[in-house]
Design a protein around this ligand. Structure first.
Ligand SMILES: [Cu+2]
Length: 144
């Protein structure tokens, strides 16, 4: 089987808007074959693909930065302490947004080098995505 060709097919499927189907698997307890294969395909190229299970712990910091690069939030899934301010910076030439899945917050479209920040004061899990590219997902976990 030609893995490269499979990646290309998945990347093409993503461009055609099937990303919604693929990304559902990314947050499932057991990542589906489609989800694990889709990660290195088009979205995360120069960037080390983080597994859907990995959580980057950035506890007890006042400020934490998340980069938006190659159509992905990095780190994708982070754990912070209450009161931490997160600053997202768009490093892509395409615009992106940082938008809460539950409509708790919504950024404007960020042009290249633009930033968006939010201070997380309450505990919980906060999923977000890019409204322009809905396959771009991130998660902020706030834990005491
Ligand atoms: Cu985007």
């Amino acid at each position: 089987m030609n893995r490269g060709r499979t990646y290309m097919a998945l990347a093409t499927a993503t461009m055609l808007g099937l990303a919604g189907v693929l990304e559902l698997g990314a947050w499932a307890p057991t990542p589906s074959a489609a989800a694990t294969q889709s990660m290195p395909a088009g979205m995360v190229m120069a960037h080390q693909p983080s597994s859907s299970q990995s959580i980057t712990k950035m506890l007890h910091r006042s400020v934490v930065r998340i980069a938006i690069r190659n159509f992905a939030f990095g780190p994708t899934k982070i754990e912070i302490s209450p009161g931490t301010r997160i600053i997202w910076t768009n490093n892509d030439s395409d615009p992106h947004t940082v938008t809460s899945v539950k409509h708790i917050w919504a950024s404007d479209a960020l042009d290249t080098t633009n930033t968006f920040s939010r201070t997380f004061r309450t505990t919980g899990s906060f999923a977000y995505f890019c409204t322009i590219h809905p396959f771009m997902h991130g998660m902020v976990i706030v834990k005491k």
